[in-house]
Ligand binder design. Structure first.
Ligand code: AMP
Length: 219
């Protein structure tokens, strides 16, 4: 089963994909994390990628295409969640190439709907654990001890691109390039909108309902 998560920056794609990965054994492929990993490796490619991420711009198609097709060639997972990909119609074409390689179809596109002001509040209050990547929101899901991860005591940090200025650029890119995918996937009959404003647990339940899969009862 292949599921795509679509939504604006801060709509909760990563949080939901993480929760559902544990709930029902999906492989969570998050392009943003893979790209940030390349930046952290200090490679030349990473340095180029970092320039795009820090400005809130999309990394060039050739880089994304290679990353995705490599993943599709190598994966053995039967349930896959794609989070942060595709971001535009050209990338949707890359997804189709990858699916052809797998001999699989795209089953569901989950669109997380969240109003603009809530997105900004979430982005500015988002922190993540520098060790395990657990995501927190300082207002709605704060850690027990400020600045420290509940799971492993790692330091909580803010993403470089989670600032008001970069958010504005990321939102513009989303509206211009990603929103057209909503019509595209609606016309293919796979788009399902989910209200992303309720609690993470409620959103996860709504998504499980759309996917028609049994969770393990932890979300
Ligand atoms: P995210 O973690 O999904 O919020 O993505 C953070 C940043 O990584 C984006 O603003 C882009 O610069 C880059 N990025 C993530 N996914 C993609 C993608 N599919 N295509 C191009 N750039 C991406």
């Amino acid at each position: 089963m292949i599921v795509v998560f679509l939504g604006a920056p801060g709509s909760g794609k990563g949080t939901q994909a993480d929760m559902l990965k544990d709930e029902c054994g999906f492989y969570h492929f998050d392009t943003g994390s893979v790209l940030r990993g390349e930046v952290a490796s200090g490679s030349d490619l990473g340095a180029r990628i970092g320039g795009y991420i820090n400005q809130g711009l999309l990394v060039p198609l050739a880089v994304i295409r290679e990353l995705l097709l490599k993943f599709f060639r190598e994966t053995t997972a039967e349930r896959i969640m794609l989070d942060g990909f595709p971001r535009n119609l050209e990338q949707a074409g890359v997804l189709d190439e990858g699916l052809a390689e797998l001999g699989d179809d795209l089953d569901y596109v989950i669109y997380l709907e969240v109003p603009r002001q809530a997105l900004l509040d979430r982005i500015l209050n988002r922190r993540f654990c520098s060790v395990c990547g657990e995501i927190y929101n300082l207002l709605t899901e704060p850690p027990r001890t400020p600045g420290v991860c509940d799971k492993d005591g790692g330091a909580l940090v803010q993403r470089k691109d989670d600032t008001q200025e970069v958010f504005r650029e990321r939102l513009d890119v989303y509206l211009e390039q990603t929103v057209p995918l909503l019509d595209y996937y609606a016309s293919r009959g796979v788009l399902h909108a989910v209200d992303g404003t309720s609690s993470p647990e409620e959103v996860a339940q709504a998504i499980l309902g759309v996917l028609g899969v049994e969770g393990r009862g932890t979300a």
